[in-house]
Design a protein around this ligand. Structure first.
Ligand SMILES: [Zn+2]
Length: 94
């Protein structure tokens, strides 16, 4: 049995009521990374399935998480690319 929040339609991230029930973030049945793993990796909050807090997120937050994952991955790749370009130039100049 969960708490009143665990059973509520409130979004685990923004605490607004998610229309249509929202998407569960602790779905281990899918082969792709669960939303909880992505949230814990990319966002400054940690979510655990402790039965006390909501287990779904709203569509708006789902879109936001996906965009954040995409942005951060792209930026990290960009930094690597800039460093390798710099290295190539520095080797050429030697
Ligand atoms: Zn939300």
């Amino acid at each position: 049995m969960g708490t009143f929040l665990a059973d509520s339609p409130l979004c685990r991230l923004c605490a607004t009521e998610s229309e249509g029930g929202g998407l569960t973030i602790f779905d281990d049945s899918e082969e792709k990374a669960s939303l909880a793993i992505l949230i814990n990796k990319y966002l400054p909050i940690k979510v655990v399935d402790d039965g006390r807090l909501p287990v779904c997120i709203c569509e708006r937050c789902h879109v936001g998480v996906a965009a954040t994952v995409d942005l951060i991955d792209r930026m990290v790749e960009g930094q690597q690319r800039l460093r390798s370009l710099l290295q190539v130039r520095e080797v050429e100049e030697q």
